[in-house]
Design a protein around this ligand. Structure first.
Ligand code: 3PG
Ligand code: MG
Length: 400
C-alpha cells in the first residue's frame, strides 16, 4: 500500500500496565512493539489511536504518558492532544504533516468506542462516520484488540482502504507457525486465573493434534486435578460455570490422559510461610498459591526436551512473596529451549521483561485474549474485517 503523504489512521493497542498510585507506565512492551510499523510510515501523516483500560477502572486514563514513551521508540515528531473527536481534534488532525505523528487521547473516552457489535452496525456510529471522513487509509496494528468488534477495530475497516500493520503481521505469523506445522514435541504451558479461555484452546489443539503435552498451572491445574478426581481445594469464585468446565475437562482427561499433565504437588501458605504438599494432601481448605517443587522439576524436564513451547498465564500467584517459583522457573526453562518459543499474556511477558530475559524467546506476543482465541480455533473480528477490506481492494483493482 502506498502511504507516502497519505493521512493514515493507525489503530494500535498500547493499553499498558500502570502503577496504581502514580499511573507511571510499568511495562512499555506494547509501545515498543509498534515501532516497526511507525518506521514504515515515516513519510505518512499518522494519526495514532489506542485505548487504555476500560471505563470504570482505575487505570482508565489519558494517553499523554504513552506519547512521551513513544518518542523514545520512533523517529517522527510525536504530539498528543487531549481530545478524540471534538473540534480541537479535527482541527489538529487536519494540520498533521508528512513525518509527524499525532496521538489522540484514549479512544474509549468516546463512549461509542466501547460498543461491541457487528461491523455493519458500527459503521453507523458517529465515531466511525466522523473519523472515516478525515482519513485516506486505515492501518490496524492492534493485534491484542483484534478479538473485539469495536468501532475503530472493525468499523473503520469497512469504510476505508485498509491494511494490517507489521506487528499484526508478525503476531499472525507466530500463531500460524503454531497451528500449521509446529516442530514436535510441542509443549503448551497454560496457567493464569481464567479457565474459560484455556479449556477451548486445549480442546482445539488436541483435537487437531497440534500439541504433545499440555502442562497446567494456576486455576486450570485445579480444574483438571478435580476432573481427575483429586479433590484439591479451590475457591468457588475462582471458576465461573464450574460444572460446565469440569465436564469439559473430564472429557479431555478421558480422551487425552497422556497429553494433559497436572501438578504432582502444590504450594500453600501455612502460618505465613510457603509449604509444598502432594496434590492429595491439602493442609487446609485454603486454595494453593503455586505449583510445588516436584512439579517444577517434572515440567522443566518436559520443556527441556521440546522443539516448540507455548506459554500463557502464570503458574501461581506470583505477586505474593514465595509463590513466584513456579512461574519464574518455568519461564527460565522455556528461555533456554533451542527450538521455537512463544510467550503471551501480560503477566508472563511483564515478568520476562522484569528479569531481562524477554529477548530469549522466539516470539513475545503483545496479546493475551486475542492469541488464545486464535489458538482455540476462533476467528478474530479485527482480522476478518481486514480480509474483507483486502478483497474489496482486489475487486476494485480488477475492475479498473
Ligand atoms: C487487553 O489488554 O486485553 C487488550 O488491550 C484489550 O482490552 P480489553 O480486554 O479491555 O478489550
Ligand atoms: Mg483483555
Amino acid at each position: 500500500m502506498e502511504t507516502s503523504g497519505k493521512k493514515v489512521f493507525l489503530r494500535v493497542d498500547i493499553n499498558v500496565p500502570l502503577d496504581p498510585s502514580t499511573h507511571e507506565i510499568l511495562d512499555d512492551t506494547r509501545i515498543k512493539a509498534i515501532s516497526t510499523t511507525l518506521k514504515q510510515l515515516e513519510d505518512a501523516r499518522v494519526i495514532l489511536g489506542s485505548h487504555q483500560s476500560r471505563p470504570g477502572k482505575d487505570d482508565f486514563t489519558s494517553l499523554e504518558p504513552h506519547a512521551e514513551v513513544l518518542r523514545k521508540y520512533c523517529g517522527q515528531k510525536v504530539r498528543w492532544i487531549d481530545d478524540v473527536l471534538g473540534p480541537h481534534a479535527r482541527q489538529e488532525i487536519g494540520k498533521v504533516q508528512p513525518g509527524q505523528v499525532l496521538v489522540l487521547d484514549n479512544l474509549r473516552f468516546c463512549s461509542e468506542e466501547n460498543i461491541d457489535d457487528r461491523p455493519d452496525k458500527l459503521v453507523k456510529t458517529h465515531l466511525v462516520k466522523r473519523l472515516a471522513s478525515l482519513f485516506d487509509l486505515y492501518i490496524n496494528d492492534a493485534f491484542a484488540t483484534a478479538h473485539r468488534s469495536q468501532p475503530t477495530i472493525t468499523g473503520l475497516t469497512e469504510l476505508l482502504p485498509s491494511a494490517a500493520g507489521r506487528l499484526m503481521e508478525k503476531e499472525l505469523g507466530a500463531v500460524s507457525t503454531l497451528l500449521l506445522e509446529p516442530k514436535r514435541p510441542c509443549v503448551y504451558v497454560l496457567g493464569g486465573a481464567k479457565v474459560e479461555d484455556k479449556v477451548p484452546v486445549i480442546e482445539h489443539i488436541l483435537a487437531r493434534d497440534k500439541a504433545d503435552r499440555i502442562l497446567l498451572g494456576g486455576v486450570p491445574a485445579k480444574l483438571f486435578l478435580r476432573a481427575s478426581d483429586v479433590k484439591v481445594p479451590f475457591d468457588a469464585t475462582e471458576i465461573s460455570n464450574y460444572e460446565l468446565f469440569l465436564e469439559r475437562a473430564r472429557k479431555l482427561v478421558k480422551s487425552y490422559r497422556d497429553r494433559i499433565v497436572v501438578p504432582v504437588d502444590l504450594a500453600y501458605e501455612e502460618r505465613g510461610k510457603r509449604t509444598d504438599h502432594a496434590v492429595d494432601v491439602a493442609p487446609s481448605t485454603d486454595t494453593a498459591l503455586d505449583v510445588g517443587k516436584r512439579t517444577i522439576e517434572k515440567y522443566s524436564k518436559i520443556i527441556d526436551g521440546a522443539a516448540t513451547v507455548v506459554a500463557n498465564g502464570p503458574l501461581g500467584v506470583f505477586e505474593r512473596n514465595g509463590f513466584d517459583w513456579g512461574t519464574k522457573s518455568i519461564l527460565e526453562s522455556i528461555a533456554n529451549v533451542k527450538g521455537y518459543t512463544v510467550i503471551g499474556g501480560g503477566h508472563l511477558v511483564g515478568l520476562a521483561t522484569i528479569h531481562g530475559i524477554e529477548s530469549q524467546f522466539s516470539h513475545v506476543s503483545t496479546a493475551g485474549g486475542a492469541m488464545l482465541s486464535l489458538l482455540a480455533g476462533q476467528s478474530l473480528p479485527g482480522v476478518d474485517a481486514l480480509v474483507r477490506a483486502a478483497a474489496r481492494t482486489r475487486g476494485s483493482a480488477n475492475d479498473s
